[in-house]
Every structure is written in C-alpha cells, then in structure tokens.
Design a protein around this ligand. Structure first.
Ligand code: CU
Length: 189
C-alpha cells in the first residue's frame, strides 16, 4: 500500500512537473506558432488568412513597435518613431535576458525630456512593487510594467497625449538603468 501511494505521489509530481514545463517553452514557440498559418500549404487556407490578416497586420505594423532589453542593461534601439497618423501606438517590451525582475527588471517610461530626471528619481523611490513608477504621475505619457528575463509586456499609447513642440524620451526607471537605457521618442509624419 505504501509503495502504491508512493507511486501515485511520484506520478503526481511527474504530472505537475510536466504541466509546468510546457508553460515556459510556450512563450518561445508562440511566434513560430503564429507564423505557421502563413506557411500552411493549403492554398485555400492561406488565401483566407491573407485576406483577413493582411490589412490588420499592416495597421499594426505602422502603429506599433517592439523594443528588446537584456541582462546587459540595454535597449536594442535608441529611437522609438511614432507616426502622427496613428491614433494609438503600441509598444511591446521584451526582456530577452534571464535575470529576475528584482535584479535586472526593465520597463519603458515615456515623458517629456524636461521631466525625465524627476520622474526617474521618484519612480525609483516608488519601489519594485510599483514597477518603479510613481502612481498617477501626470508627467508620464505612458509606461509599461516592469518585467524580468524571458517576459514581455505591452502598452498602448493614446498619441493625442503627445503635444506638438515638446521633446519626448523613453527610459527604464529601474534604479540606475537610465544611464544605459534611454532614447528618443520621435513623432514622425
Ligand atoms: Cu532596466
């Protein structure tokens, strides 16, 4: 009986191990899965997918961007270009590193250039539990969550929040990261 119970609990552990493991690769394989329908050999299926997906994809690409960050405390771009034609603009932040949020977390905060230093300083004081962002800070045009290695997050910005004549920047408000993680938000035609 004991052995039987032990077997069951072993099986339960194995099961729970199994059910946890696919969760991680799922994030990695998601893009591959998403692109799979496009390469499907069935002409009918791909034609249908193209007619539905193409216009949506075109809009998304024009009014969205992906910014990658890593364990080396860097963004992969120094510029985020936002077309003035976009009513909303979506930024996806990826953290391709392995370090946890508490040690090497990253976010994207967008403010006017003149507000960057104060927002960064007060964000640091808000602490990791608040994503290093001061709550309801009116100077912040938009910000993402703070994420750790292997994670990604998305924020959609109402572009009417950008006023003509101002200069905007994006940065990571994890304490100290701004020295390495800062760039320009450009409103372009
Ligand atoms: Cu950071």
């Amino acid at each position: 009986m004991k052995a039987y119970l032990a077997l069951i609990s072993t099986a339960a552990i194995a099961l729970s191990a199994c059910s946890q493991e696919p969760a991680k690769p799922a994030a990695d394989t998601a893009p591959a899965a998403a692109s799979a329908p496009a390469s499907a050999p069935a002409a009918e299926a791909s034609a249908a997918a193209a007619s539905e997906a193409a216009p949506a994809a075109a809009v998304d690409e024009a009014c969205s961007t992906v910014v990658s960050s890593d364990d080396a405390m860097k963004f992969d771009t120094a510029d985020i270009n936002i077309s003035k034609a976009c009513k909303t603009f979506t930024i996806t932040l990826k953290h391709v590193g392995k370090m946890p949020k508490a040690a090497m977390g990253h976010n994207i905060v967008i403010t006017k250039t003149e507000d960057v230093d104060a927002v960064d300083k007060e964000g640091a004081a808000a602490g990791v539990d608040n994503d290093f962002v001061k709550a309801d800070d009116p100077r912040i045009v938009a910000h993402t969550k703070l994420i750790g290695g292997g994670e990604e997050t998305t924020v959609t910005i109402d572009t009417s929040k950008f006023a003509a004549g101002n200069k905007y920047e994006f940065f990571c408000s994890f304490p100290g990261h701004i020295a390495m993680m800062r760039g320009n938000v450009n409103l372009v035609d």
